[in-house]
Design a protein around this ligand. Sequence first.
Ligand SMILES: Nc1ncnc2c1ncn2[C@@H]1O[C@H](COP(=O)(O)OP(=O)(O)OP(=O)(O)O)[C@@H](O)[C@H]1O
Ligand SMILES: [Mg+2]
Length: 239
Amino acid sequence: MTIQENKAKKDIPKSGLRFEKVSFTWPSGEKALNKCSFSIPGPGLWMIVGKNGSGKSTLFRLISGLIQPNEGTIYCDLKPALMFQNPDHQILLPTCGSDLLLNLPKQLTPQQRKLQIQVCLKNVGLEGMASRPIHTLSGGQKQRLALAGALASEASLLLLDEPTALLDPLSQKNVLSTVKKLCHRPNSPLTALWITHRLAELNHADGAIVMKKGCLGSLKPSFELKQLLKRLPRGGAER
Ligand SMILES: Nc1ncnc2c1ncn2[C@@H]1O[C@H](COP(=O)(O)OP(=O)(O)OP(=O)(O)O)[C@@H](O)[C@H]1O
Ligand SMILES: [Mg+2]
């Protein structure tokens, strides 16, 4: 291996997520990401705050590979799963178990599928609910089922786009604590990127980043960031 090849190999992180000068412009001409560089240090619950239109959802589409950057490089060797504000947009089948079946790896035997469904439901606090009809679930339970779907697909990177925006305080707390637990479990802890407009949620993050005009700042302890945002007019992150 030449020195250059060796150096190039060393520069690519062995695991995780890193953006290098990534830019993206929508076909309409909207520049959503502008030379955006950041890296996520490893498993944990990392939150992103930023004004409407600052590029947060576009960032998630780029990470999950739904769209490709116009410029720059994305290194990601984690398996992403997207979760949106409204779980009704991603739950497709009539019962919890049948919905999870869709996400399981295809090579599993029927026995293994049944077991995996039970394990995934247990991991999100929906134990024993495989045959529950979806329409009987509360909003918070639906959001946790969407999370179980991500686990069933063996995702290692959760991309959560304001997952608690439609939930009441108790359901919000349950979803938050479920994700936090998954990010700190001793075996295969997950990496979660969580977009929020609720500053109180920052208390639960391992670190947080402000997104501003299509660029992410540096990862900060969430307490520090919360203090900073509180001092801005109307308590928000600038666009
Ligand atoms: N599908 C699309 N086609 C064209 N432009 C888009 C599309 N999606 C987003 N944009 C534009 O890209 C920019 C960033 O939008 P994005 O949805 O990523 O922001 P956001 O930070 O997620 O905002 P919000 O907090 O309101 O969800 C905006 O100017 C928006 O109009
Ligand atoms: Mg958005």
